[in-house]
Design a protein around this ligand. Structure first.
Ligand SMILES: N[C@@H](CCC(=O)N[C@@H](CS)C(=O)NCC(=O)O)C(=O)O
Length: 222
């Protein structure tokens, strides 16, 4: 696929769930891009590094030739818009609308899960972080995955939320990672038919997802 020089500025792979989202989609799309790493959790230094890439002062940031696009979902939508051959959204308009709704819900919501079960993809911390608000978030996520798989997954011809890999999967991949790390009881939280568990296997077995976790291990020296 012919693209201008692309740079993706991302945070530490162990923690930066927002960075994982566009990184994963760009890898799945087979894009050739330079990865620029910013070290998070260094307070003033992190802020200065982030600000040197984007006025929003956060990562991820996509540099597309001389243009700067910040914010995970804006980056993903820009990629879908400019690289239609990458098929980051399904062709079916209803599936696409549904994918946009669940991606937006992820982007703007699930604050309890994000706060109390932060992504920490090189660790296993079963039982940590659970509380009523987190349980409510996880139950809603299980319902989202189950509905998407039931309505669009099989019809779309693949094991992902809307069939083949889409932006919706990129948005939920860090949630899969969190659920692996903190290992809540998915059945008790609503995964009675195992759809959520099966979807997690799909995401975990992606070579690109494995590459991210290997990168996180290397950065963490583990
Ligand atoms: N809504 C933004 C959130 C980005 C975000 O919060 N990024 C974190 C890292 S995962 C960050 O840059 N933190 C550095 C800081 O706040 O100083 C997006 O979707 O990209």
């Amino acid at each position: 696929m012919h693209t201008p020089p692309l740079q993706l500025v991302i945070g530490d792979k162990n923690w930066s769930s927002w960075s994982l989202r566009p990184w994963l989609a760009m890898k799945v799309a087979g894009l050739d891009f330079e990865e620029v790493d910013v070290t998070l959790r260094q307070s003033a230094e992190t802020k200065a590094q982030c600000l040197s890439h984007s006025p929003a002062g956060k990562v991820p940031v996509l540099k597309w030739a001389d243009e700067t696009i910040w914010d995970s979902l804006a980056i993903l939508e820009t990629l879908a818009d400019r690289l239609p051959d990458a098929r980051l959204w399904p062709e079916d308009a209803q599936a696409r609308a549904h994918g946009r709704a669940i991606s937006a819900e992820m982007h703007s919501g699930f604050t309890a899960l994000r706060r109390d079960m932060p992504m920490d993809c090189t660790h296993h911390r079963p039982g940590e972080g659970m509380n009523d608000a987190v349980a409510e978030d996880i139950s809603r996520i299980i319902a989202i995955w189950t509905e998407a798989r039931g309505r669009f997954g099989e019809a779309g011809g693949g094991p992902y939320l809307l069939g083949t890999f889409s932006i919706a999967d990129a948005m939920y991949a860090p949630v899969v990672s969190r659920l692996e790390t903190y290992a809540p009881d998915l059945v008790a939280l609503g995964d009675r038919d195992g759809t959520a568990r099966a979807y997690m296997e799909t995401i975990n077995s992606m070579t690109e997802m494995r590459e991210w976790v290997l990168g996180a291990r290397a950065q963490m020296g583990r």
